[in-house]
Design a protein around this ligand. Structure first.
Ligand code: SAM
Length: 245
């Protein structure tokens, strides 16, 4: 009952371990694949997220499902020595690649690495000024539980930014994108990372992820206010934002 296209039918524990396997197997090649698959555009999507974050010197920030630390690295510079950034990820291998990369770049001091599941964040209530989750929420099994957990650890006045694949806004783009992700992407994964299945999982997980309006109402159900989203690259990606008051 465990088909490539059947992630929905797979039991929860199985899904958790499959996600773990996927990210264990792609960790080493993750950054190069990101650049290749998005033709470098993921950097612009991340830049936009930082620009919408309202980050200030001294802020405490959680980069959840932070993986190899692109956002955490930028935040670490922006919050300065009086601020703090926590890079949290469920997966050891991704955290290790991230930690090694940032240390090699000399980004140290105000950064901490925590292995954590987004559904059960191991932090006190009202801890963070900003929480980001970039290309992470679609991998989380119980998204409502994860959003509630993020809401709990966010400070009143704080904001959540969710950067995630979403629903392309016109038909032509949808067709081109389907071709790309179902045909080309697994081939690229095979060539570069010797792993087509993980990249097939990626394409499938994108299709199953809630669209713009659905995610917005999920955020509202978790308690977030003044929620909004901004489509990027024609809605291939969307950046959702919500506040806790
Ligand atoms: N945020 C990084 C970026 O934008 O480059 C990494 C994104 S990567 C596609 C997704 C990450 O989500 C992986 O590192 C994976 O281990 C992590 N992840 C998956 N499920 C998670 C969960 N339940 N809690 C925390 N992290 C999770």
């Amino acid at each position: 009952d465990q088909t490539h296209f059947g992630f929905k039918q797979v039991a929860t524990e199985q899904k958790v371990s499959m996600v773990a396997d996927v990210f264990h197997s792609v960790a080493a090649k993750y950054d190069v694949m990101n650049d290749l698959m998005s033709m470098g555009i993921h950097r612009l999507w991340k830049r936009f997220t930082i620009d919408c974050s309202g980050v200030r010197t001294g802020h405490t920030i959680l980069d959840l499902a932070g993986g190899t630390g692109d956002l955490a690295a930028k935040f670490s510079k922006l919050v300065g020595p009086s601020g703090k950034v926590i890079l949290a990820d469920i997966n050891n291998a991704m955290l290790k690649v991230g930690r090694d990369k940032l240390r090699n770049k000399g980004i140290v001091g105000n950064l901490e690495y925590v292995q954590a599941n987004a559904e059960m964040l191991p932090f006190p209530d009202n801890t963070f000024d900003i929480i980001t989750i970039a290309f992470g929420l679609r991998n989380v099994t119980d998204k409502d539980k994860a959003l509630a957990s993020m809401y709990r650890v966010l400070k009143p006045g704080g904001r959540l930014l969710v950067l995630e694949f979403s629903k392309p806004q016109n038909e032509l783009l949808t067709k081109a994108y389907d071709m790309y992700s179902f045909h080309l992407l697994p081939k690229m994964g095979q060539l570069v990372a010797n792993d087509s299945e993980s990249y097939q999982y990626l394409a499938e997980s994108i299709r199953m992820h809630p669209d713009q309006e659905t995610l917005k109402s999920m955020m509202e159900s978790a308690g977030f206010e003044q929620t909004s989203y901004h489509n990027l690259t024609g809605g291939i990606v969307a950046m959702h934002r919500g506040f806790k008051f």
